[in-house]
Ligand binder design. Structure first.
Ligand code: UP5
Ligand code: MG
Length: 210
């Protein structure tokens, strides 16, 4: 997790390049895919995202469940951009918590000015027709405000044993990547060090069945 433009997607991609058996998905991307489908929900989703508001937690966790449910062989998922608030965590507990263990939250900390300049930079590098619907000054500021409004939700991870890692994301991509990589290595989440799936903890071996 981290504010808008923190580099969540960039770091997940970098990690996956070397460790393709990890699976990373951005909940924002899952939502944008839904917008593209042009269903009844799409318009409302797009309007909310344009305003920098959060989508309901049951909806987001429903998309996560479908995504992970289709990837039976994956043991470690990186949920890029989740959770955003306390309600997200309650929905996670209710809809997924029984089936998927939470290892830890990695929080990318950086200044608001850096978030803004990265968001602007990303939009400038992207052809106009491919920019995101929330790529505009007004929405950047709202997204940053929404992020700060709910930061307290991360306290739950700080209270978990070994459940919280803060990364200084105001540095260059490769330096941050080193820290990210070491965190995963030290937790036995990279090659050869997978935790085995503890089937005694759950009643159905999610995500393969449900
Ligand atoms: N860049 C990255 N790292 C850099 C570095 N260290 N130094 C210099 N430049 C760096 O990076 C952004 C830009 O910065 C890129 O150009 C990159 O090259 C450069 P990126 O990796 O794309 O940042 P990221 O953190 O992924 O930013 P993103 O904009 O995706 O974050 P948001 O959290 O705002 O967006 P998301 O897509 O996750 O969500 C969009 C909206 O969907 C939300 O506002 C909300 O309305 C909704 N939503 C929910 O309601 N619930 C959810 O669970 C998820 C989304
Ligand atoms: Mg992203």
């Amino acid at each position: 997790m981290g504010g808008p433009g923190a580099g969540k997607g960039t770091q997940c991609k970098k990690l996956l390049k070397k460790h393709s058996y990890l699976d990373s998905y951005s909940t924002g991307d899952l939502l944008r895919a839904k917008v593209k489908e042009g269903t009844e929900d799409s318009k409302d989703l797009q309007e909310r995202m344009k305003r920098g508001e959060l989508i309901t937690s049951d909806y987001v966790t429903g998309l996560m469940k479908t995504y992970m449910g289709r990837r039976c062989d994956t043991k470690v998922f990186l949920a890029d951009g989740f959770p955003r608030n306390k309600e997200n965590l309650e929905a996670w507990d209710k809809n997924l918590g029984k089936h998927v263990d939470t290892e830890f939250l990695m929080l990318f900390g950086l200044k608001d000015e850096t978030m803004l300049s990265r968001l602007r930079g990303r939009a400038e590098k992207t052809p106009v027709e491919k920019r995101r619907a929330d790529d505009n000054e007004e929405t950047y500021k709202k997204r940053i405000a929404t992020f700060h409004q709910h930061e307290k939700a991360f306290d739950r991870f700080k209270e978990m044993n070994n459940g919280f890692v803060e990364i200084d994301a105001d540095r260059d991509v490769d330096t941050i990547h080193e820290d990210v990589l070491n965190t995963f290595k030290n937790r036995g989440l990279l090659e050869g060090g997978f935790r085995t799936y503890d089937s005694s903890k759950v009643d159905t071996p999610y995500p393969c069945k449900d």
